[in-house]
Ligand binder design. Structure first.
Ligand code: SF4
Length: 378
């Protein structure tokens, strides 16, 4: 079965106020030690992986801010992956990039090195909101980044946006969507702001300095997103993701279909042979383990059929086309309707789920309250 590989690059030029990803401030010594370790891990995993998982259909370099590495460093990591794994013809190689860390020359080099999809973090177009989020760029940096990427030959560009930011108005959100549409990307991800306990923006809300956005306004923003992007020709294919025809993110589709992937780098997770395992989160400990010739794995769980079925439903319902019931039955030897009759009946009555004997999927109403649905399949 073809695999997706995720490489985590845990460095950024600063910390955004809403971020709980594992990332460290960029420092040359740390980057050097990380690069040595990640190359060793690629080699270690590549040599041990069963032949059936050797073929790779997508490579995703995320973070952090992978583009705060030098172009030669990024391309060296890609080369090593290509050496130890068999990349299928036409495989997707995605790179997350932040405006201000990519220029035309760097992008041309990376495009030649095989990167064929760029995911640019824009988040908003208003300076006030970018500042509140702790982003280090302006919207004109986003425009420059997209222009440079096109000049460098990129034909597949995704742009990330965030809604539900404290103080954000519906008008500002629509403006962000429209200004991003004007940049003619192939893909747009529109995420509702989620604040983990303890991140600076969450603290500012908790101590009364800022008001969280009302849930109702967030829902209106989400509804508007679907309409505005549909009118611009984007297919809504996952709860938070929209693509021009044929431009869905192939790597993320592997996650949503609950198919195998291998995560490399600190804090990266893998799902292989019905086992989920996670690497050491701390960069220092990750490097120590790898340099000591050990696996970076720090946690592991073998998933029972019951858990795998539940996860396949929860992830599959994120896709707008839903879950193919025959495929589910072939995979698990049981029909989804027989495993979850109570949930299907309840949510179909509430018009949150649509079920027609061939597929099961969230309705438009269900998309807005998806978490309430998911929780009952656990
Ligand atoms: S750039 Fe991304 S990973 Fe880095 S701090 Fe900001 S949100 Fe987190």
């Amino acid at each position: 079965m073809a695999l997706g590989i995720y490489i985590h690059v845990p460095f950024c030029l600063g910390k955004c106020s809403y971020c709980d990803f594992v990332s460290y401030l960029w420092e040359p010594d740390k980057v050097r030690a990380y690069l040595e370790a990640i190359i060793k891990e690629v080699k270690m995993r590549g040599k041990k992986i069963p032949g059936s998982y050797k073929q790779v259909e997508s490579l995703y370099i995320g973070g952090g801010t992978p583009t705060c590495l030098k172009k030669e460093e990024i391309s060296f990591v890609i080369k090593k992956c290509l050496f130890y794994f068999d990349l299928l013809p036409g495989a997707e190689i995605s790179l997350e990039a932040n405006p201000g860390t990519i220029g035309r020359q760097k992008l041309e080099f990376l495009n030649r090195a095989g990167v064929n999809r760029l995911s640019i973090g824009a988040q908003a177009c208003q300076g006030r909101l970018l500042k509140l989020l702790g982003r280090k760029h302006s919207f004109s940096d986003v425009q420059d980044a997209v222009r440079s990427a096109r000049q460098a030959g990129f034909k597949n560009i995704s742009i990330d946006l965030i809604f539900g930011i404290p103080g954000q108005t519906l008008g500002e959100w629509i403006e962000s969507l429209q200004r991003v549409i004007e940049l003619l990307p192939e893909h747009i991800s529109a995420y509702g702001l989620h604040l983990s306990e303890g991140v600076p923006l969450d603290e500012r809300i908790k101590n009364g300095e800022l008001d969280a956005l009302e849930e109702e306004t967030g829902l209106k923003m989400y509804e508007k997103t679907i309409d505005v992007l549909a009118a611009a020709g984007f297919e809504h294919y996952e709860i938070s993701n929209f693509a021009l025809p044929g431009r869905q993110c192939r790597h993320n589709l592997l996650y949503w279909r609950n198919l195998p992937y291998l995560g490399l780098g600190p804090a990266a997770y893998s799902y292989l042979n019905n086992r989920r395992f996670g690497n050491e989160k701390s960069l220092e400990k990750y490097i120590q383990r790898i340099n000591g010739g050990k696996s970076a794995e720090a946690e592991s769980e073998t998933l029972s059929q019951r858990i795998r079925m539940a996860e396949t439903v929860i992830l599959g319902l994120r896709l707008i086309k839903g879950i193919n019931l025959n495929e589910f039955a072939l995979r698990f030897g049981k029909r989804l309707e027989e495993v979850y009759p109570r949930q299907i009946e309840k949510f179909a009555k509430l018009k949150l789920l649509e079920y027609n004997g061939e597929i099961i999927r969230l309705t438009r109403k269900g998309l807005s309250v998806s978490n309430q649905v998911f929780v009952e399949f656990v």
